[in-house]
Structure formats: C-alpha cells, structure tokens
Design a protein around this ligand. Sequence first.
Ligand code: ADP
Length: 412
Amino acid sequence: MFIGAIADDLTGASDLSLVLSRSGMKVVQVVGIPAPDLATGDADAVVISLKSRTIPAAQAVEQSLASARVLLALGAQQIIFKYCSTFDSTDQGNIGPVTEALMQLLGETRTIACPAFPANGRRVYRGHLFVGDQLLSESGMKDHPLTPMRDANLPRVLQRQCNLPVSLVPHEVVADAAALQAALDRLEGIAVVDALTDADLRAIGQAARNMRLVTGSSGVALGLPDNFLRGDVRSPGPALRVSKGGAVILAGSCSGATRGQVAKALAADVPAFRVDAMDIAEGRISVAEVLDFVLSARSGTPPLVYSSANPASVQAVQSRLGRDRSGSLVEEFFGTLASDLLRQGVNRFVVAGGETSGAVVTALRVRALQIGPEIAPGVPWTCTPDRKLALALKSGNFGADDFFLKAWDLLP
Ligand code: ADP
C-alpha cells in the first residue's frame, strides 16, 4: 500500500479514487473509519470517506486521526487529506485543525494546501481561488447553505483556522521545478500552492514526494501515483456491472450546477418531485408519498427527487429552522427515502450533493465502493463490492447541465 487518503466527504472520496485509479493505482474506497484489519488485497491506495466537512472541528480531528492511524497500520507511506476544491470550510475549520492534527501525528513540520482542480475550473493564482472566471467569493459558493465562502484569499482563510504559519508558493515558483522543490524543502508550516493547469499539479505532486502529508482537492493527487508506480501502470478495473433494479436521482444540493441540472431534467420532462424543506419540517410531506411517486414513475430517464432551491429560499428556511437543523432535516429525509427505495428494489442511485451523498450512503449501509467509469470530471459510477448497488455520487457543483440525463448511458 502506497497512499492512504482521508476525504472529508463521500463525493470527494470517489473523485479522489477516480484520479488515483486513472493513474494506474488499484484503489479501495471505504465509507467511514474501517477496522484496522480491513482486507485491502493488493490495493495501492485506500481512500476513507468521512462526513467530517461540517461537523464540529474537534470531532473532525478525532475521526481524521483515527482514520490516519488505520491507514498507517495498513502500510500507507503517504497520507492525503482531501477536501473540496472550493475549500469549503468556516473560520472554525475543519481544514486547518485537521491538517495540523495530521501533521502532528505524522511528525511533519510542513505540508501543502492545494485545492486546484483545473478540469472543473478551480484554479489558484497568487493564493486566490477562482471558480471558472469568478473569484470564489463572487461565485455561487458565497451562498452555500453550510459553508458560505466569502473570502477568496486562501492563505488568509486558512490562517484563520490554523496556529501554524500559512504561506504561499506563487505560480512562478510552481512553474520552475527546481525552485518549487527548494520552496517545499525549506517550508515551515503550511503553504497554499498556486496551480493553474494539470501540468502544475503533476509538478507539485512530484515535488511533494517526500512529504508524509499532502492536502488538497483530488487535483493534488494527479502527480502522486507516479512517485510510487514509476511507469509500472496497471490496467484500470473492469467495467461496472450491477444486478438489475430500479433507478432514481436524488438531488439535495443547492449549488448552481445542480440547480442547472434539475432545470435541464425538468425541461426534458423527467418525472420530478420537489421536496420543500419547510414541508418536511411541518409534516406536510412524508417519505411514503415520495416513495410512491418514485415507484410509480414511467420508464425512461429515472425519476428525480430534489430539494435544490435558490439562495433566497434556503435563507428563508434557515432563518426559521437554523442552518444545521434545516440541513440535517433534508439529509435525513433523503437517507430514509433511499433506504426505503432499496427495500423496494431500487439499486441505482444518482445523488447530487456531498452531504446528501454521505447521508444516503450511510442510510444504505454501504461500507466500501469500487470505482467504475467516469461520468464527468471528478464523478465516477461506483458500485458495492457485491455488485448489488450502483451509485453516482456527485459533488453539488460538478457536472454539465445534462448530467442527470447522460449519467445512465454509462451503466449497462
Ligand atoms: P453540495 O455538494 O452542493 O455542497 P450538499 O449536499 O453537501 O451539497 O449540501 C447541501 C446542504 O443543504 C445539505 O445539508 C442539504 O440537506 C441542505 N439543503 C438541501 N435542500 C435545502 C433546502 N431546500 N433548504 C435548506 N437546506 C437545504
């Protein structure tokens, strides 16, 4: 085993697993902290998905340390802490506190923070994170229900979460291999690293080969497998085949991309049920009602159940219920719905939203996932090792408008 990874949400874990497996690594993805005697076979990398992005920082630290200890016991030589390419966090954490705790566990005095993911339009320049053409703070992320991002200056954002010094490795240094190596070798504390292209990320991965801990989005992993495999590239796993069954799309993300995908599905006449958070809170809607809708939907593109709403609606709900309660209420609704659907023979799920995916997978009692074909950058089809359940877990902001329509083409 070469690489052990801890992802702070489930869609991030599949995204990272996809990058590692595309680089030739045999990857095992597990949900939650596994037992220390986890059977990993001949895996090159083990990716643990937590649901620790928005829980209290102390709990995120505790779960991440427990995960790292298991990965080290399994023989991991390098640990990746994977978080969102939009740096989803608050001033309380959890990126900073988890990074510092992992550094301490590993006896490291330096690491990098590298959230860039150019294939999805996330680039970091002079420490500022861009989402497409917009600064993070001007993108839809400023209105995220749980982690609104209102500052694009990542060294400043991260320093508010950290005790260790946070510095910047600017792009002109990243573009010069010798300068980059020197900068990382003499680093003290945590450095946000600029990256605009996959070539930058590969160079960063190479320069970070001696770091026991690297942190960032899945992009930071682009250059890491080569440090271990050295050209010994294995063929990717077999195409994903699962037993026959019903299918559904569950969208609990309120991100711009997901709202676009919902709009596209509605325009294409996909059978759809809108779940209103206040209706859940006040008992005007039940899981049984939505279950009936899904099970009675006509054939064609599978039915869509969505709570996705615009920032004004989300804010209205949050001002009445509170941020955490409205989030968990909707997540629990989707979790219960998913497990009821599974009992009724639905075994193919497209899920939009990181937290939402975590809730669904927990409710479905999924413990491990294998990585299948890539639907969109950062989003693979996955299946359980027994091949009874297929899941496409999409980070809210990933995928083109037709994602809900096209994802099914890759599932035999
Ligand atoms: P993303 O990947 O876009 O961040 P997540 O699923 O991680 O999506 O987060 C969305 C959060 O918003 C979840 O906690 C979800 O339960 C909550 N949520 C979903 N729909 C609504 C709504 N209509 N009102 C308020 N909160 C909502």
